[in-house]
Design a protein around this ligand. Structure first.
Ligand SMILES: NC(=O)c1ccc[n+]([C@@H]2O[C@H](COP(=O)([O-])OP(=O)(O)OC[C@H]3O[C@@H](n4cnc5c(N)ncnc54)[C@H](O)[C@@H]3O)[C@@H](O)[C@H]2O)c1
Length: 331
């Protein structure tokens, strides 16, 4: 049984990772400040499920605040910190750039500095496929230049990767960043397209489809992401990771309109689509080259879109009483 700290534990991916680690018998300390960027009731629901495990400890801490974060990390000395907490969302970063500066830039600096001062050598962290900006060469590879982020969110994620390198270089910290590609699944984020589509379709409302539906995404099922993270935890514990960046994507990109068709089928409900142009900061196509994660971590995303959407839709229909009640997100 190992002890881990997971930040963003009440968030979508953090919650799923905590659940997996707890089921494997580990001790997990979850950190989250429960921001109201999207309806907090979703975060409370996830947190309640985690708290049903006696080996889970929840700390409501803002990692933008160094002192409380340092106290916790120094007192608990986890084997690995998995830093998934962040101000997420591309579009909201146009409206509130300060939230991104505070949580993503200052927050990530605090995580690395607190880890260093506590003698914790292993830090894994979430980056994002958005660091590829408007790159047109696909699939996106970790070798590609990532010098032109087209949203503030992407700029903070790229800055996190550079900061991690510096901590590795200066203090020998072992660290890896993960460029996640559009993650979906149960207990998913109410601000993301899949959730908004399902909710509006069941309420008989219009769904907004950007770039007239001409978008392609490498949607990745959350269990596959968690599997990749668990493999990375094992690798870093064995000293096999020094400083690395990995793409974690579903490896089967689909057109947005095909994704919607799958949702219509599994929810048994027709979508009323309103087409709009591409939004500022958004990219038309994200396709991951996951060969590095495959070769080095044994990452193997297995869940194809029809299966993943079916699991999501069944969960949504079973839980629709409270899901349809959730407030619409800020963007
Ligand atoms: N979901 C995706 O498709 C996706 C894609 C690329 C990258 N990512 C990245 O993966 C990570 C997890 O994303 P997610 O989808 O679970 O998002 P999420 O918003 O559901 O989870 C993030 C959690 O971090 C918490 N948080 C934010 N600021 C904090 C702070 N200052 N102190 C403590 N907690 C704070 C939030 O309350 C939230 O619960 C994020 O870093 C995100 O940027 C996600």
């Amino acid at each position: 049984m190992a002890k881990y700290i997971v930040t963003g534990s009440a968030g979508f991916i953090g919650f799923h990772l905590c659940l997996r680690l707890l089921k494997e018998g580990h001790r997990v300390i979850g950190i989250d400040n429960m921001t109201s960027y999207y309806d907090v009731r979703m975060k409370e629901k996830r947190n309640e499920l985690l708290l049903s495990y006696p080996s889970f400890q929840f700390e409501q801490i803002d990692f933008g605040n160094f002192d409380s974060l340092f106290q916790l990390i120094n007192a608990s000395k986890p084997k690995v910190i998995i830093h998934l907490g962040a101000q997420a969302g591309v579009r909201y970063s146009l409206e509130n750039p300060w939230a991104y500066e505070q949580s993503n830039n200052l927050g990530t600096l605090n995580i690395f500095e607190a880890a260093k001062r506590s003698g914790v050598q292993n830090v894994l962290f979430a980056s994002s496929s958005s660091v590829y900006g408007a790159n047109t060469k696909t699939p996106f590879s970790e070798e590609d230049p990532v010098t032109q982020p087209i949203s503030l969110y992407a700029a903070t994620k790229r800055a996190n990767e550079l900061l991690a390198y510096t901590y590795h270089h200066l203090y020998g910290m072992q660290t890896a960043g993960f460029r996640f590609f559009t993650v979906y699944g149960i207990y998913g984020r109410p601000d993301m397209a899949l959730f908004k589509f399902a909710k509006n379709m069941l309420l008989g409302k219009e769904i907004t489809v950007y770039n007239n539906g001409d978008m392609k995404r490498d949607f990745t099922f959350v269990d596959d992401i968690v599997d990749g993270l668990v493999r990375a935890i094992s690798a870093i514990e064995k000293g096999k990771i020094k400083y690395e960046i990995y793409n974690l994507g579903g490896d089967s990109p689909v057109k947005l309109l095909d994704f919607i068709a799958e949702l219509e089928k599994t929810l048994n409900c027709k979508a009323k689509m309103k087409f709009l142009p591409l939004q500022m900061g958004d990219v038309q196509e994200t396709v991951a080259d996951v060969s590095k994660a495959r070769a080095q971590l044994g990452f193997d995303p297995k869940t194809r879109i029809p299966e993943g959407i079916k699991i999501f839709s069944e969960w949504f229909l079973e839980n629709k009483d409270w899901l349809l009640e959730l407030d619409d997100p800020k963007q």
